[in-house]
Design a protein around this ligand. Structure first.
Ligand code: AP5
Ligand code: MG
Ligand code: ZN
Length: 217
């Protein structure tokens, strides 16, 4: 199963991805997480992308496509994958088609989590993420069992630099039009499943599970 997760910043992609990878045994490939790890490890890639992430701007296509292409060659992606946050532009979508044609593993599902802008703002302002494993929490909507401690790995929680209001505004502006274009692109291909992302986390996941098991189209 080759799955793409589409959704604006804060739609719940990372939150839902954690359940999907556990239940369906496919790796979670999230460009944002890969870039943040590179920044934390101070690699050459990290130095190159840091300014874009902190400001909320998109990393240039060529670089992003190279990172994803390399990652999809890894052996764990041979049985399928969940791509979170890629593609985000039309050139990335076209490049993904080409990469997957070479691998002979075409996309099977594109899941679009639809959430209104006011709700995205509420979610991003209260978000806390695990420094160690990247799991997402929310001070009100999805708090960890123990204050400031990740339920999954015991890591410490922190606030993402790009969840500061100015960067949030840039991220929404950068992604709105492009996401709409990708929704049209994948609808035309008959791959898109639209999900009401404003439901409680468990309900959203129920729908995702139905779709991936072929019980809802
Ligand atoms: P990335 O890390 O992908 O950030 P994003 O797209 O802005 O998405 P988020 O991770 O913020 O949101 P999410 O949908 O994962 O929401 P979450 O589950 O955490 O990318 C970061 C940056 O990297 C980009 O800005 C860009 O610079 C660069 N980049 C990445 N990919 C790129 C690409 N392809 N091309 C170019 N540049 C790229 O949930 C959000 C909050 O809501 C949490 O607090 C959560 O607890 C809460 N929540 C989740 N679901 C619910 C629910 N159902 N009800 C209530 N609360 C909920
Ligand atoms: Mg995310
Ligand atoms: Zn963790």
């Amino acid at each position: 199963m080759q799955v793409v997760f589409l959704g604006l910043p804060g739609a719940g992609k990372g939150t839902q991805a954690a359940n999907i990878t556990e239940d369906f045994g496919i790796p979670h490939i999230a460009t944002g997480d890969m870039f943040r790890s590179a920044i934390a490890a101070e690699t050459a890639l990290g130095k190159e992308v840091r300014g874009y992430l902190d400001a909320g701007l998109l990393v240039p296509d060529e670089l992003t496509i190279r990172v994803v292409s390399d990652r999809l060659q890894a052996s764990d992606a041979k049985q399928g994958f969940l791509l979170d946050g890629f593609p985000r532009t039309q050139p990335q979508a076209v490049a993904l088609d080409r990469i997957l044609a070479d691998l002979e593993r075409p996309l099977t599902h594109v899941l679009y989590l639809e959430v209104a802008e006011e709700e995205l703002l509420r979610r991003l302002t209260g978000r806390r993420v695990c420094k160690q494993c990247g799991a997402s929490y929310h001070s009100k909507f999805n708090p960890p069992h123990v204050d400031n401690v990740c339920d999954r790995c015991g890591g410490e929680l922190s606030t993402r630099p790009d969840d500061e209001p100015q960067a949030v505004a840039v991220r929404l502006r950068e992604n709105m039009q492009r996401t709409e274009e990708l929704v049209s692109f994948y609808t035309a291909r008959g791959l898109l499943a639209k999900i009401d992302g404003e439901q409680p986390i468990g309900h959203v996941y129920d729908e995702i599970r139905w779709i991936l098991r072929g019980e809802r189209v």
